[in-house]
Design a protein around this ligand. Structure first.
Ligand code: SF4
Ligand code: SF4
Length: 173
């Protein structure tokens, strides 16, 4: 039987996004077994070695990468770049979006942490690239959806971030 594509609603509320690869959101991510297998292939080491060196816990299906100094073990502290960017975990690919259930519909929208802190918001155009729907579908399959962000909280975080990013941009001009 052919897989039926999931139809996501999109709730951006006028916010654009372009990741500036600042590494600020790179705390230890949740990983799937497939993520770990891809990392093992990329690093050319056995799966068990990946578990030993880079994984905090793994229950056979999902786990979490280790942290070093409060940041993901694969973040290069100097350059702020991901050392395994080509095979970065699914959850990292979907950032700054998250899948939430809004009014009973699966919705691709912003995680509240990103609304508060991501410097890549309010950059670029306000649309979601097709690849994010693909990641959202996979994320839903392996990790499920997140709790929906309350409307008021969403608005407040959005306004605060807009003010901050305007200040930030003036400073860096
Ligand atoms: S905080 Fe935002 S801009 Fe920075 S790496 Fe994460 S998603 Fe990209
Ligand atoms: S795997 Fe890469 S993109 Fe994901 S949190 Fe770690 S450093 Fe960031």
């Amino acid at each position: 039987m052919k897989n039926k594509k999931i139809k996501f609603d999109v709730y951006l509320n006028g916010i654009a996004h372009h990741c500036i690869k600042c590494g600020f959101c790179c705390d230890a991510p949740t990983v799937t077994k497939k993520d770990l297998a891809r990392i093992a292939g990329y690093l050319k080491i056995p799966f068990d070695e990946v578990l030993k060196r880079y994984v905090k816990f793994f229950n056979g299906h999902i786990g979490e990468l280790k942290e070093v100094g409060g940041k993901c073990i694969f973040l290069d502290k100097k350059t702020k770049k991901c050392k395994i960017y080509k095979v970065r975990p699914l959850i990292c690919r979907l950032r700054p979006y998250s899948v939430q259930l809004r009014n009973g519909k699966l919705t691709l929208t912003y995680d509240i942490w990103f609304l508060r802190h991501c410097r890549g918001l309010y950059l670029g155009e306000s649309k979601v690239d097709e690849e994010y729907f693909k990641y959202a579908e996979l994320l839903l399959k392996y990790l499920g959806f997140e709790e929906s962000v309350d409307e008021e909280e969403f608005k407040k975080a959005k306004e605060r971030l807009l003010e901050e990013s305007l200040k930030y941009r003036k400073k860096s001009d």
